[in-house]
Design a protein around this ligand. Sequence first.
Ligand code: GLA
Length: 394
Amino acid sequence: MGDLLEKIKQEFQEIYPDSSTPRVFFAPGRVNLIGEHTDYTGGFVMPMALDLGITMLATPRDDGVYHLKSTNFENSVEFSNSYLLGNEVSLDKKDPWGNYPKGIVLELSKLGLELKGADILYSSNLPTGAGLSSSAAIGMVTAYGLSKLGDLQITNEELAFLCQRMENDFIGVKSGIMDQFAVGLSKKDHAIFLDCNSMEWEYVPLNLEGHKVVITNTGKKRGLNESRYNERRHESEEALQKLSELKPQIKSYRDLTLADLSLINTLMYPYKERARHIVTENHRVLEAKKALESGSLTQFGQLMLASHRSLSVDYEVTGRELDSLFQSQLEAGCFKTRMTGAGFGGCTVSLVIENKVEYFIETVRANYKARTGLDSEFYLAKSSGGVREIREGL
Ligand code: GLA
């Protein structure tokens, strides 16, 4: 990993020969273990950060200009502080990555960041558009790194909210807080349990007893913008509105429990289904936390399966690829698996017995290819801490 960093540093010097030695920052991607499409309704989630992520090398400038490059993409991005002050920074729909840092600089400048530009190089080993939070990682690494360069006193939790504002207002995706929070506050060897209503959180040790966390990519790219993410969010809000008309005490999804399922079942499609997913998923996250704490992995696995089925049947965010992958994994004898992230393509997360990993990969690869014609990709996930400055190696 040290070698990799040396290579990126060299590349930085070649791109910016007049720059001084850059500072290095890293933000991980995340995989959500359970609690899907619950964050934006004030529910529970339990993700963990990955050792894959985005590295950012940066040096401050004094002419008010931001130069951005990435080792993963051809294009460069450039904008200036004066442009920002006029709030004229605009979204370039064709650019796959530059809008995130642009939006972050805009948000940071609103908080009084005094930075007169920077030379920046990004390098990512996180697959983009795979549901592993590449957008939260580029947002958080930029926000964290620039706040350090500009001596802005701000906590990682505040940075997570700042990144969420950037995604909601600048990019136009009405995402919840889970990804930015996991990227900002995770701890190695732990999942992070977050109550998105009170914003209280707790680290849960990953007692995985001889299992590996395997992420499988469907190979179907998903852009949150193009997806029906915002539509689902809207439907869930409408479902809540209908429920509170029926029972005025219901003000949020957290006022609902499994005992309210009979009331929920009186709604029409799609409100019944969307609300049913959210209420049952919140319950599953609480049960999954207990299962992880007590080392009951079989129970944890059952909750994962139920989560996937609910996301497939009730929330309708899986689609052919994720459902085929899930089915292939069950047929490979893995009963601790589910889709992860927003859905509509992207990845699954599975707990696989260590000495079965090879068999799992081979069987799932072949079975999924036969079903869909698509090539899957596998990552053995290692947990990691949240966004940070790297002083030596990676
Ligand atoms: C995306 C969003 C998150 C969350 C998940 C679904 O990753 O960014 O806020 O809503 O989808 O659980």
